[in-house]
Design a protein around this ligand. Structure first.
Ligand code: ZN
Length: 214
């Protein structure tokens, strides 16, 4: 890799040049993911969120704040205990902020919930049922992770075509993909507060926000 770069006439970014010269033992193989500093001022961790609309408003508020603070793309998500309405975790698109293509809002919410509960599944023995609320219809990666996450329900706001209008790629999601999840006991609720969720996508577009992937 370094030979081809060094032999090419393209200038290398300075940081990248330093990286190539660095012995591999100096690489710190740790992926660090953290919330932006505005999260605690945006959500109330202590109150129960009772209705689907209540819960979706959390996801949408996160998506909006992420755009306003320019910390990522226009997507937010949150995981709740289904019965109590307790907020377990939140997520916001963090792809550009952390240079990590997997950090969609839903993925961040899964990771933070599982970290908080100390469990690789949100459907562990003795656990209450958990559900995901996301401001936009999940992409292929997030829908796949939904199956492994242990949530028993997915609720989304804006539709796939709303994201596609901004040229975000949602990947191979088909009606059969949803049926696959439903056959395994995961229920899907579509387009809750779609207009409010879509307005954040439009805000992002009006700011000429970066389009990276889904
Ligand atoms: Zn996704």
């Amino acid at each position: 890799m370094s030979d081809s770069w060094e032999n090419s006439s393209l200038p290398l970014p300075r940081a990248f040049t330093q990286l190539l010269a660095m012995p591999s033992s100096l690489f710190d193989a740790v992926v660090h993911i953290e919330y932006p500093d505005w999260v605690d001022g945006t959500v109330d961790w202590d109150r129960p969120y009772v209705t689907d609309e209540d819960r979706m408003r959390v996801a949408i508020a996160l998506s909006r704040r992420n755009v306003e603070c320019r910390t990522g793309g226009p997507f937010g998500a949150a995981i709740f205990e289904a019965e109590s309405g307790r907020l377990v975790s939140v997520g916001m698109n963090s792809v550009v902020r952390h240079n990590n293509c997997t950090l969609h809002g839903e993925m961040v919410a899964f990771m933070m919930a599982q970290r908080r509960l100390g469990s690789f599944t949100l459907n562990g023995t003795g656990m209450p049922m958990h559900e995901l609320h996301t401001s936009c219809e999940p992409c292929a990666m997030c829908l796949g992770a939904t199956l492994w996450s242990g949530v028993r329900r997915v609720v989304y706001g804006a539709a796939r075509e709303d994201a596609s209008r901004l040229n975000f790629e949602e990947g191979p999601v088909f009606p059969e993909s949803y049926k696959y999840l439903e056959d395994r006991g995961i229920s899907i609720t579509r387009q809750v507060l779609r207009d409010e969720a879509r307005a954040v996508l439009e805000l992002y577009r009006s700011q000429s926000g970066k389009i990276y992937n889904g």
